[in-house]
Design a protein around this ligand. Sequence first.
Ligand code: ATP
Ligand code: MG
Length: 423
Amino acid sequence: MADDSPILDVTGRVPEPVLNVLRRLEQHGHRAHLVGGCVRDLLRGAPVHDFDIATDARPERVMALFDKTLATGLKHGTVSVKAGDCWVEVTTYRVDIGYSDHRRPDAIRFTDRLEEDLARRDFTINAMALDMRGRLTDPFGGRADLAHGLIRTVGDPAERFREDGLRILRALRFVAQLGFDLEPRTLAAMQALAAVLRHVALERVGQEWLRIAQSDWERISRLLADGPWLDLWPHPLPGWRSAFTHGRPCPAWQRMRCLWRDPDERAALALCAWSVGAGQAARDVRRAGQLLAWPRTTVRLATQVAQAACAMSGRSADDQESWTRWFWANGRRPVEMASCLLDAIAGQRSLPLWRRARRAALRQPLWSLRDLALRGDELPKEIQGPEIGRVLNQLAEEVLMGRLPNERDALLAKAQRHAAKKG
Ligand code: ATP
Ligand code: MG
């Protein structure tokens, strides 16, 4: 329940424009709190990416109180309010009614009571509210669960998962993201009610999988290998089980995440780890990415990495020259990512051809024209227009085939001979 003493100094932790939104609502006689993920992350001392506000003011009142607003989710009581350079979602306290489709409430009702609004939220750690003086409202023991690292539903877990199957996958996502444990009754209900997840659209499922892929997903590999969830989705997801069975926390995956920090790269590598790691082909990686409606760039990168990984672990008697050409055609990033992936997989199963491919990759003299020791604008001035690209490609071919060192003088001399011949 609300305690009068502040537990957190919000100044400096919450941007001033967000505090101004809270302040203005209060000045006009309303209650207003930060709620949900931002409170959880403020208490954890983790970066907050978006601040959500809950208030007893009705949406039309919120729109009247602020200059710049957008009616983003009026049906659910949400108005976006411009706060400085960003938008903050301000949502009227509400109660959700009926979940006949096991995903979304049939209707909502506004309420004046913050506690009722917190009660509709999924997990105790997501069901706290913080006012602008840093005072916490925590009716379900979220702070204690946060301290103990526990994911626990608000109220009866079976009822909450039956209402909305997506919460099952959200629970797994929070375990992966935060490194928390599942409270035993919450886990038991997730297992018993796994089938409710079938009611959730694959795009929504895909968003949670994307967040899992970008986090320390091995934390849930045992749960995924032992639990009933993977079998709920179409091919190729059920096939991932064997990757998760192998995938107990492994330093190689950890290293891989340190090397590849961009969210796109992390997601692509995770997808490959699950799919290629389970012996699936590059087309399965593409199919899974499309099924889960992941961004096109992520699916493309994952497919390239999978193709590289499959080629590098599967080509047999290829010589250096054909590897060189193949690396040139595929580019450095997918090949390097695939190398990391295969290193990690090789800790778990035998990949006899992979080491040879890696040796070939280490000998690759050039990966793109950018690596050439001579730039287009350094070519003799007789070489102009489309000829520039042609000459650079010819020089690259010489370097790739070992007929010329990748050194500026040697490349320039060759280009000058070309220009003289032309003249
Ligand atoms: P993230 O850091 O990923 O944004 P989050 O907890 O803020 O985590 P959101 O999806 O932004 O997640 O949701 C905001 C809040 O809305 C949650 O903290 C939770 O209180 C509530 N919420 C979101 N999805 C559900 C759901 N399916 N069922 C019940 N409450 C939910
Ligand atoms: Mg959020």
